[in-house]
Every structure is written in C-alpha cells, then in structure tokens.
Design a protein around this ligand. Structure first.
Ligand code: PHE
Length: 447
C-alpha cells in the first residue's frame, strides 16, 4: 500500500463507516416516499428481493475491486485495464457522487432546521419553509461545508470517529418509535398498505424504483464501496462485513416504514406526497406524542449525523479519485469539489416552491417521478446512473478483470466463502447484468 493512502483503524471502524455510508436519508426520507409513490407492499417486496439477490453480491464485487487494487473507482479500472474505455464506468461513479450529493445535501439541510424547529415547537409550515430561497440555500451551503470540513481531515480520523458512537443510538431510537407507532389508530391500515403486496400496482417504474432504491440505500453502483474497500486490509472479512452492512441498512429502512405508514394513515394523509412526505408526517407525530418534541429533536440530530456519514462517503469518491490521479492536495480538492456541488445543487434547493421554473422542471415524465428539479435529480442520479454504474462494474468484474481473481479476493479473510463461490460467480456474471438490463430496457420502453 502506498504511503499517503489512509486505512481503517479497526474492522468495526470499517463496518461502521460503510454502514454509515449506507444508512442515511435514503432509509428515512427516500425509502418511505418512494414506497408511497409506488403503491406500498409490492414495491417493498421487490426492494427486499433486490437487496438480497443483487445488492449484497454486487457489494462484494465493489469491495473486492477496491481492496485488490487499493484505488479509487477510476484508478481501480486503470490498474486492471489501462487506457481502456472501461474507465468511463469509474468516471460515471465520480460524477454520480457529485450529482447525488448536490440534492442530498439539500434534504440534509432540512433535517438540520428541524432540530431547531422541534426545540421551539414549530411543527407545521413545512411548505413555506422549503419555499424560502434564503433559508434553503444557507442550510444547503452549511451542510456541504460541514461535509467538506470532515472529508478534508482524511479517512480514519474524519470518517470513522463519527460513525462509531451515534449509529447504534439511532437504531435504538427508531426501534422505540416503531413500538410507539404500533399503538396509533391508523396502524392497521398503515401496515396493510405497507406490507400487503398488491401486485396489480406493479408497473415498469415500480421495478426500476425498487432496484434503484436498493442500490441507493446500500451506496452501490458509483464506487463508494470500491473506495471504502481500498482502505481495507487483506485480513478483513468482506463477506461478514457486507452482511452486517446490508442487514442494518435494510432493517432501518423497514423500521422507517413501520413508523411513517401507521402515522400517515392515522393523520389521513396521502402516501404518494413525494419528497416532502417524511417532513410533513414525522413532526406532527412528534407533536402529538407525550414528550415528543424532545424525542423529535433527538431524532433529527441523529438523522443529521446519519446524513453526514453518507454525504462524507459521497464526497470521498470524487476526492479520492482526484488525490490518486492528479496528486493534488486533499484540502484544495475538497473545496473545489464542494464549490461545484454547491452550484449544481442550487436548482434543487430552489425546487420546492422558491422558483417556479425549478419546481415544475418536468424533464423526466411524471409517470416516473415528481416534476420538481430535486426529484428529477434523484431519479437521474439515484436510480438510472446507479443502475448503469452497477451493470458496467459487474460486467467489468465478471468478464474483464476475471471472475476467479475477484472471487479469490473476496475469499481472502473469508474462507467460508468457498462454499458459495460458484453461486456468487454466476450472480455477478449473469444474473446482475441481465436483471438490470431488463429493468432498464423496460424503462426505455415506457419512455
Ligand atoms: N446510501 C445513502 C443513503 O441511503 C446514500 C448514498 C448513495 C451514499 C450512494 C453514497 C452513495 O442515504
């Protein structure tokens, strides 16, 4: 390993950092609203199937590629096939990182504001809040700056320390909220919508949304796990680490649904409200809970931290690429990428009512996602780009790098993997590319 590259201080440090990347707004904010838009139970079922069948095996491919090459996504491909067009798959990841960060940090800004709003008991007025351009832009800028400050410090010091303490606390708080939500009047109706699959609601977009959500939530398809895997040592067990990350991530998303849908049906709200859903439903839930505003404030503090450990990983991908490739200094790179992200994110920040133009952007047809610029970015980068990234990288690993070299890498530190090796090879080479291709073709067909 070359001297300037960071490395995780401990195995648990890596799991916490990878789980920190995976667990975030994707679980609490995106999963419930996408579930709501896609009709509930059947979507949830496909999401879970995609996590197990595609997400987890694919995660090993990214981690193995990162650990074997000790490189960022572009560098990893360069090392195996120098100067080939495959490096575009790495570039796509770098660009996707910036693209996702640009809208993600806008939502993260809302969570920061809600810490304060819970303290002062300001429950309603969400619509007016997000339509105010100045508070939107300042909160967004604040979050990008916060992320940059941490990433600037480097991998183990900056990233590991944050994730270790607060993620377990978040898990416990969510569990308590799930139990509370079960006592609400609308719990029965909510659970029915959320967990009872109604297959007549499955459309082409449901499958793409479920696949996209599986990748988004596990931070896959853009090389995050290549980058994080590159900081791993040869003795680390990729297989068990991956299982823990996927398990926690999926549980937390499922918990979020168990809280939101009972609450939503109790309040008589519309499940398909879009990106604002969670921010309208949860504060009201906290307001009617005994002592709820304190719980609410704590909830938003922890959600902010969860979002931060995800934005850190989003920024780390382009930053690690520029450090490895251009030998530039980490500090300078961080602030350049932050500046670009800020400019790219302005339309998203203004898309919730502040600017009429960006609020009704509508480039992607309404049958796929809401018309506001933020939802459109979430669809383009969060669903399409990740799916395209994942198909390219799994073909690269399965057919170009060589599936046996990849499987050997996974097996280092995980001897029991030998038992499922054949199945894994088959999934990476055939199942993943085919399933993603079919889902994407189906989408093109609907277009
Ligand atoms: N997985 C993160 C979340 O659920 C978002 C993310 C996507 C982070 C892709 C990194 C890469 O919030």
């Amino acid at each position: 390993m070359s001297a300037p590259r960071g490395q995780w201080n401990s195995k648990i440090g890596f799991i916490m950092a990878a789980a920190g990347s995976a667990i975030g707004l994707g679980n609490i904010w995106r999963f419930p609203y996408v579930t709501g838009e896609n009709g509930g139970g059947a979507f949830v079922l496909f999401y879970v199937i995609f996590v197990v069948l595609i997400g987890l095996p694919y995660m090993y491919a990214e981690l193995a590629l990162g650990r074997a090459t000790q490189q960022n996504p572009v560098g990893a491909i360069e090392k195996i096939r120098p100067k080939s067009f495959w490096r575009m798959a790495g570039f796509l990841g770098v660009i996707t990182g910036v693209g996702i960060l640009s809208f993600y940090a806008v939502i993260a800004g809302w969570t920061v504001a809600y810490i304060y709003k819970m303290f002062v008991g300001q429950v309603g007025g969400f619509g007016a809040f997000v339509a105010d351009p100045w508070s939107e832009i300042s909160l967004f800028a604040l979050f990008v700056a916060l992320t940059s400050l941490i990433v600037q410090k480097g991998v183990s010091e900056g990233i590991e320390r944050w994730s270790k303490i607060l993620m377990p606390l978040f898990f416990i708080l969510l569990l308590a909220l799930v139990i509370y939500a079960m006592t609400l009047d609308g719990a029965g109706k909510g659970l029915e919508f959320y967990l009872k699959p109604d297959f007549s609601k499955i459309t082409g977009r449901t499958l793409l949304a479920a696949l996209g959500q599986a990748f988004f939530s596990l931070s896959l398809g853009m090389g995050t796990m290549i980058t994080y895997g590159s900081y791993l040592s040869k003795n680390d067990n990729l297989v068990t680490s991956g299982v823990s990350v996927a398990l926690f991530d999926t549980l937390i998303a499922l918990f979020a649904g168990l809280i939101i849908f009972p609450a939503l049906f109790t309040m008589g709200k519309d499940p398909s409200a879009g990106p604002t859903l969670v921010f309208v439903v949860l504060p009201e839930l906290f307001a009617q809970m005994p002592g709820g505003l304190v719980v609410g404030a704590l909830f938003f503090v922890l959600l902010t931290v969860a979002a931060l450990t995800s934005t850190i990983s989003l920024l780390e991908v382009p930053v690690s690429y520029l450090i490895d490739d251009h030998k530039m200094d980490r500090k300078t790179i961080v602030w350049i990428v932050a500046g670009i992200t800020f400019l790219l994110g302005l339309p998203s920040a203004l898309s919730q009512g502040a600017s009429e133009f960006f609020s009704n952007f509508g480039l992607i047809p309404a049958s796929f996602t809401s018309a506001d610029f933020l939802s459109q970015m979430s669809f383009i980068f969060g669903d399409i780009a990740l799916a395209v990234g994942a198909i390219s990288l799994s073909i690269f690993v399965g057919w170009v790098w060589g599936i046996d070299k990849a499987a050997d890498e996974v097996e280092k530190g995980a001897p029991l993997f030998a038992k499922t090796r054949g199945l894994w090879k088959f999934i990476i080479r055939f199942v993943i590319p085919l399933v993603i291709l079919l889902v994407l073709l189906n989408t093109v067909h609907i277009f």
